[in-house]
Ligand binder design. Structure first.
Ligand SMILES: Cc1cc2nc3c(=O)[nH]c(=O)nc-3n(C[C@H](O)[C@H](O)[C@H](O)COP(=O)(O)O)c2cc1C
Length: 177
């Protein structure tokens, strides 16, 4: 069975959960899956030995991480030679889908990468896990967007069935390899 690398960047940890869910789904189908967190300190990336690459990242302050974009740009030839997919995790994916798509288009354009799949997933709003300054900042952001402002609880908006469908769609063409 083909080997798949899942590379992800997360700040508060939710993108890691999405990446783990994708990894589990693919492993259950028999694929060899490696899960790697992209290191902001400038990690190396070796795509040899992988037939497929899935990259995931969350949006903060209107953008995906610059360190991940730079890493993908550096490896764009190797990415172009493989089946690849990108998923983006944000609150916009729930409240402002057009904005979420725009973040993705800009990130991919600047990375010089055209994956076969690009998907946005609604993320999480874990008020209880934020330090006080972040909780207030998020309350302001989310309140302006008309979202959930009850800070006594955490929210998770991810469509896990949608995540499973994304993984299935990625794997289908690899089945023949
Ligand atoms: C400080 C901060 C800024 C954020 N900025 C945005 C934003 O500009 N647009 C957006 O759609 N979501 C934004 N979010 C929401 C995150 O994308 C969402 O919580 C996501 O689940 C975080 O994923 P992670 O835990 O993998 O980092 C922000 C969240 C935080 C805490």
């Amino acid at each position: 069975m083909a080997g798949i690398l899942i590379l992800y960047a997360t700040i508060e940890g939710h993108t890691a959960r999405v990446a783990e869910r994708i990894a589990k789904g693919l492993r259950d189908k028999g694929y060899r899956v490696d899960l790697h967190r992209a290191d902001p300190a400038g990690a190396s990336l070796d795509l040899a030995g992988y037939e497929g690459v899935i990259v995931g990242a969350s949006v903060h302050y209107g953008r995906h991480p610059g360190h991940l974009r730079a890493l993908l740009r550096k490896h764009r030839a190797a990415l172009a030679a493989r089946r690849s997919a990108f998923f983006s995790v944000s609150l916009s994916a729930r409240h402002k889908p057009a904005a979420a798509q725009r973040y993705v288009r800009k990130f991919l354009r600047r990375a010089g990468w055209q994956p076969q799949q690009a998907q946005t997933f609604a993320g999480a709003l874990p008020y209880s896990k934020y330090p006080a300054w972040k909780r207030l900042l998020m309350l302001a952001f989310v309140g302006l967007a008309g979202g959930d402002t009850d800070m006594s609880r955490d929210y998770e908006y991810t469509d896990w069935d949608g995540v499973d469908r994304f993984a299935d769609a990625f794997a289908r063409p690899l089945d023949a390899i």
